[in-house]
Design a protein around this ligand. Structure first.
Ligand code: NGO
Length: 545
């Protein structure tokens, strides 16, 4: 691994030196002394997550009033990606940036303007892309549209941060030249939002999707039910939201998504190449459901709604058949409005359920998920019942050994890595952080970055690891500003662990590239934690705790 790292560094240094030499001669040729020219922007040290291969050149592409965004004729999805880029850049540049659905010859399209092209080549993988920037053109090539979308996210980060402004800026819109070839290390790169402890509506979720997709995060897990609130309307059990969604932690009015609103989120996510993973937790973390329907309780008495933050006190009644009718109805309705492949069934902290009952419950629950045509994900607690290998375990422990999860991986189960002391975005950064909790750890940016999801948990390595997820639990988080403060900049750190090859992992490089995101978040109004560990680029204004 060390050898690969130094090889990679050596190659980059060589490329940079070559680029500098070329710049020197170009400046001399234009009559400008090399020392008078200010350092041109480089493709290196700008992009998070770090692309697999970056080869800067001395070229520069300048977006001007004459720039067009070209797509292959016939692909509506590619046109939508190009239109998204044009809509983003029009307000700040003031340029028309027409999207040209072009049937021009290949060489015409690729030598002028910005071109998005699907190629037949599959060696880029389903999410990979290549980006080439010359003096006359930017060309993004991918096998699939997801790859074109990710190439566009890289292009956005190569542009000045002012590109994301909503008003016209007087800036030279220069894209530094070179070649990038990129594809992800892991297929699952996720964030989770807990909408149960505090409810957040559609605009918050959509803004979060905007923010995470810039870092090539492709999954948003929504924690839709817990003791404090049930947040998705279920037509066959309406009291779940009417009663169970009516409050939240602290006692304020809660809220819930109608199925139409949920489908709106799913569609918005899809347009950003993000898959929604809905979670219905059980048999514990179910007080909101138990409070809504007395028959789900073994004693037929509905408990009051709960607005505190304790865990582990509630359990569905495992011995009643109505419990499984309930699960069947809920998961069927949810599967019908969820095009993604996964349903998350929770399964954590069932401290009020005996092991025998827990085993019974999960053994009946998992086939329901399969019957509605979905792949089950659950917290790693479920591995203690020896689930079938189709089950995906989400590890949230604070140790680097977990016997049951390792045994599941040995049997063939896949694992999503969310170790609470590295990946929990509700943990405080330092003892001085006002928001968040500290039961698992204080997690500064370096802690969030400095671990290898593919080689962290004993016995859970390589192809057992599906990916990484950063959960945003919301016991202490009241609004978008709070969510952003905890997620940024740690979520981009986790996104890099999920996307970039392990050989590129380098704290110093990450510090510089993360520092370059500061002006962008400032322009976008993202309320982020300006960690003292990071050399923030000029133009950065940190957020508030
Ligand atoms: C735990 C618990 C959640 C809390 C979270 C807070 C899991 C999987 N169950 O993580 O209910 O909200 O910690 O950090």
């Amino acid at each position: 691994m060390r050898m690969a790292l130094s090889g990679q560094r050596l190659r980059r240094v060589t490329v940079v030196v070559a680029a500098l030499l070329t710049i020197g001669s170009a400046s001399a040729a234009s009559g400008m002394s090399a020392s008078a020219a200010s350092a041109p922007p480089s493709m290196a040290n700008r992009v998070v997550p770090e692309p697999a291969v970056v080869q800067p050149s001395s070229a520069q592409y300048r977006i001007t009033a004459g720039t067009t965004i070209n797509v292959q004729s016939g692909s509506a999805e590619t046109t939508a990606i190009a239109t998204g880029l044009a809509s983003l850049l029009r307000p700040s540049t003031g340029f028309a940036l027409p999207v040209v659905n072009s049937s021009l010859q290949l060489h015409r399209r690729t030598t002028h303007g910005i071109t998005l092209m699907l190629s037949g080549s599959s060696n880029l993988g389903p999410e990979g892309y290549q980006l080439d920037v010359t003096n006359s053109a930017v060309v993004i090539v991918a096998a699939q549209n997801a790859g074109l979308f990710y190439g566009v996210q890289t292009l956005r980060q190569l542009l000045p941060a002012a590109a994301d402004a909503r008003t016209r800026q007087s800036v030279q819109w220069i894209v530094p030249g070179g070649h990038i070839s990129d594809q992800p290390r892991f297929p699952y790169r996720g964030a989770m939002l807990d909408v149960s402890r505090h409810f957040f509506g559609v605009p918050v979720v959509e803004r979060l999707i905007d923010e995470i997709s810039l870092y090539k995060v492709n999954t948003l897990h929504l924690h839709l039910s817990d003791d404090q609130g049930w947040r998705i309307a279920i037509a066959s059990w309406p009291n779940l939201t009417i009663h169970g969604g009516s409050t939240e932690v602290g006692g304020d009015a809660g809220g819930f998504f109608t199925q139409a609103q949920y489908m709106q989120i799913v569609a918005y996510a899809k347009a950003h190449y993000v898959t929604i993973v809905p979670e219905i937790d059980g048999p514990g973390h179910t007080n909101a459901a138990l409070s809504s329907y007395a028959q789900l309780n073994c004693n037929n008495v509905a408990p009051p709604l709960y607005t505190g933050t304790d865990v582990g006190f509630s359990s569905l009644c495992v011995s009643k058949s109505v419990t499984y009718q309930f699960e069947q109805d809920v998961l069927t309705e949810l599967a019908n409005i969820t095009p993604g492949p996964y349903l998350h069934i929770g399964g954590d902290e069932a401290q009020s359920t005996s092991l025998a009952d827990y085993t019974t419950f999960e053994s009946k629950e998992l086939p329901i998920v399969a019957a509605v045509g979905k792949t089950p994900i659950g917290w790693h607690d479920v591995t203690k019942i020896n689930p079938p290998t189709s089950f995906i375990a989400q590890f949230w422990g604070t140790t680097t050994t977990d016997t049951a999860t390792a045994a599941a991986a040995a049997r063939g189960n896949k694992v999503i890595m969310s170790p609470a002391n590295k990946a929990y975005l509700d943990m405080m950064y330092t003892p001085a952080t006002k928001l968040g909790q500290n039961w698992a750890a204080y997690i500064e940016v370096k802690d969030a970055y400095s671990w290898d999801p593919g080689n962290y948990l004993t016995g859970v390595t390589g192809s057992s690891v599906l990916g990484v997820e950063g959960p945003i639990w919301s016991e202490t988080l009241l609004n978008m500003a709070n969510i952003e403060f905890m997620a940024f900049p740690r979520l981009p750190a986790l996104a890099e662990l999920g996307w970039s090859p392990e050989s590129t992992h380098n704290w110093a490089s990450f510090q510089a590239r993360l520092g370059a995101q500061g002006p962008r978040w400032t322009v976008e109004g993202v309320n982020f934690y300006a960690s003292p560990q990071i050399p923030w680029a000029p133009g950065t204004k940190g957020g508030v705790d």
